[in-house]
Design a protein around this ligand. Structure first.
Ligand SMILES: [Zn+2]
Length: 269
C-alpha cells in the first residue's frame, strides 16, 4: 500500500520511514568523538600556551576554507595584541561595509585584502564569520548579530554582499560564535514577533521557559536563514557555546560584564 503525503511544493508517494535508534544516536556519537571546537591557540602567537589556567584563549571554527585564513572567536583569556583594531561603531543594524582604514558606524565589514584583520565585538550577541572565494579570490566578512540584527537580516545582507562580488552561496564557509544561547536568552514577545517575520522562521526556534517567558535560539534562527540563502551545512563551523553559562571563558552583557570578545578573520598573504 502506498501513502501520499503532500508538503510545500513536493509530493511523495512513500511513507516517512523512522530512523533506527542506532542512526538517531550516530550524530551524538560523532560529535563526542570529534568535538566541533578546537581549543587551540591562534597561529600568530605560537609562543603563547594553548590554554590559560585551563581555559581556552581562542576558539577556531573547525571548517577550513580553501585558502590561507586565520579566523576565530576570542575569549576573556585572549591577548589584546591578537585582536583587530576597533573600526566599527556597532548599532544593532544591518550596515555592512568594505573594510578600510576609516572608522564608521555599522555592524559588519568584509575584505579581500590579505593581511587586513577585520572583526566585530560582542558580549551575548552572535559573532558571524563568513569566508569564501569570489572569482578565485578570497573574501571574508565579520558580522554582529543580536536579535535585532538577526531579525532584520544582517546575515542575509552579508551573504548578498558575497553574491554581489561573484560568490556562490553553496561555496561559502560560515561560523556563528559563542553567544547567549536559548538556555539563557529569555526575551519579550516583541522579540519573537520580530524574529518570526523572517521567512525562515520556525516555531521550534523559541520555547516558553520556566518563568512563562519565551526563549529565543539565535544560532537556530541564523542557521535557518543560512539554509534559506543556499548555504551548505557541511561548511558550517559554528561554535555553539553560551556566554552566560560560561562566565569564566566569555564576557556576557546580561551577566553585567563591560568587556567584549571578538569574532575576527584575516586572509593570509
Ligand atoms: Zn546558557
Amino acid at each position: 500500500m502506498h501513502f501520499t503525503t503532500v508538503t510545500t511544493g513536493h509530493v511523495s508517494t512513500t511513507p516517512p520511514i523512522p530512523l533506527p535508534a542506532c542512526r538517531r544516536l550516530a550524530p551524538l556519537r560523532r560529535s563526542l568523538a570529534h568535538p566541533r571546537i578546537l581549543l587551540v591557540e591562534h597561529c600568530y602567537a605560537p609562543q603563547v600556551k594553548r590554554l590559560y589556567n585551563g581555559l581556552p584563549r581562542m576558539l577556531i571554527p573547525t571548517v577550513q576554507p580553501p585558502f590561507p585564513l586565520s579566523w576565530g572567536f576570542s575569549t576573556r583569556q585572549t591577548d589584546a595584541s591578537q585582536l583587530p583594531d576597533r573600526m566599527l561603531a556597532q548599532i544593532h543594524g544591518c550596515g555592512i561595509w568594505e573594510a578600510s582604514d576609516a572608522r564608521r558606524e555599522g555592524d559588519g565589514h568584509w575584505t579581500q585584502e590579505p593581511g587586513r584583520r577585520i572583526g566585530i565585538r560582542v558580549a551575548d550577541c552572535v559573532p558571524i564569520l563568513l569566508a569564501g572565494l569570489v572569482h578565485g579570490e578570497p573574501w571574508v566578512a565579520a558580522l554582529h548579530a543580536g536579535w535585532r540584527g538577526a531579525s532584520s537580516g544582517i546575515l542575509r545582507r552579508g551573504i548578498e554582499c558575497f553574491i554581489e562580488r561573484g560568490g556562490i552561496p553553496h561555496d561559502l564557509y560560515f561560523a556563528f560564535g559563542p553567544c547567549i544561547q536559548a538556555c539563557h536568552f529569555e526575551v519579550g514577545p516583541e522579540v519573537i514577533e520580530a524574529a518570526a517575520h523572517d521567512t525562515a522562521w520556525r516555531n521550534d526556534l523559541a520555547y516558553i521557559g520556566s518563568t512563562g517567558k519565551p526563549h529565543l535560539d539565535l544560532h537556530g534562527l541564523l542557521k535557518a536563514q543560512a539554509a534559506d540563502m543556499g548555504l551548505n551545512p557541511q561548511k558550517d563551523g559554528s561554535v555553539k557555546r553560551c556566554t552566560l553559562c560560561e562566565r569564566d571563558t566569555f564576557y556576557s552583557y546580561r551577566g553585567g560584564d563591560q568587556g567584549r570578545q571578538w569574532g575576527w578573520a584575516e586572509i593570509q598573504r
